[in-house]
Design a protein around this ligand. Structure first.
Ligand code: GLV
Length: 315
């Protein structure tokens, strides 16, 4: 039987199926360090890793038994896919199945930040609510405003559809390559133009070297002081320090974040800001989606084990 390492607990039915087909080891010691990853690559035929496991280039420099990393997650910036290819290791991911759940979390953050839901919740729970008042916790209207999307891939387009059809928003976007979208939306010439035009900026690019600190202090400085910033992609896409400074100085109105530069670390200066809604990387966290992701990751490994092309291969 082929040896498969699964690096975190996944949905039971998927785990059971994996156990019927492979000699499964379920790692239960938290994220793999780069040394753990190197050891795993030398010891298992296949690995089902996820975000937080460090498969950077150094992991691929030693002995190599593993032939496939069936990543649980669409983002694979924790895996050096080129180094994996050089070492003869296939990498796959889990696109599509998490698009709706992740777009939903973007809307959760957009609405919660605009309508000060975090502050309101804290007020109710702390017993500080003094009752309805015409000027109590006034937020920003969402309906009819301009949405700026950075990265108009599958998730960006799902966010655009929700905002346009659900909230009558005008959608502008920035994308590396020209993109024709089904949802009415205008691609602007530059990132800065989108930052400047939007009442709500939502970042939905992939992570990785090409987008690291794409949202820097200059990009943030282009935003309206009334605008709200949302990130559901990867923390590294944003210069977190510059974002915190912009929020502290009131140069933007608020932020809704699902991702951070050094997860699970969230900077105390961010925690201190009332105008931020902070979620613990919940983008794909629904029962249905997480089961579908596990199934897709396993299906890729099964395809490889049966000498078929893994459908979601990325390298
Ligand atoms: C989650 O962030 C994923 O990349 O699937």
């Amino acid at each position: 039987m082929l040896k498969l390492l699964i690096t975190r607990k996944i949905a039971d039915p998927v785990l059971e199926q994996a156990k019927n087909l492979f000699d499964v080891t379920l790692h239960d010691g938290g994220p793999l360090s780069v040394t753990d990853s190197a050891t795993a690559l030398a010891s298992y035929d296949a690995i089902l890793p996820t975000l937080g496991d460090d498969f950077s280039a150094a992991a691929f420099s030693g002995e190599m038994r593993c032939k496939i990393l069936g990543n649980f997650g669409v983002g694979y910036n924790h895996i050096d896919a080129a180094a994996a290819a050089d070492a003869g290791v296939i990498v796959t991911n889990t696109p599509d199945v998490l698009t709706d759940a992740t777009a939903d979390i973007a809307l959760t953050l957009l609405l919660a930040t605009a309508r000060r839901a975090g502050e309101g919740e804290r007020m109710v729970r702390d017993g500080r609510w003094g009752g309805f008042g015409p000027k109590g916790l006034l937020g920003t209207q969402v309906t009819g405003k301009t949405l700026g999307i950075i990265g108009m891939g599958r998730i960006g387009q799902a966010i655009a559809a929700r905002c346009h059809y659900g909230f009558g928003m005008d959608v502008v976007f920035h994308n590396r390559s020209p993109k024709v979208t089904e949802v009415p939306a205008r691609q602007l010439e530059s990132l800065v133009e989108v930052m400047r035009a939007a009442d709500f900026v939502v970042v939905a690019t992939p992570g990785g070297a090409e987008t690291t600190k794409l949202i820097n202090s200059a990009a943030l400085a282009a935003m309206k002081s009334s605008a709200i910033f949302v990130n559901i992609s990867r923390g590294e896409v944003v210069d977190e320090e510059a974002l915190i400074t912009a929020l502290e100085e009131g140069r933007i109105a608020g932020a809704g974040l699902d991702v951070y530069e050094k997860e699970p670390f969230v900077p105390p200066r961010l925690l201190a800001l009332e105008n931020c809604v902070l979620l613990p990387h919940l983008g794909s966290a629904t029962v249905e989606t997480r089961q579908a992701m596990g199934q897709m990751a396993l299906d890729n490994i099964i395809a490889w084990s049966e000498d078929r092309d893994p459908p979601q291969r990325v390298n």
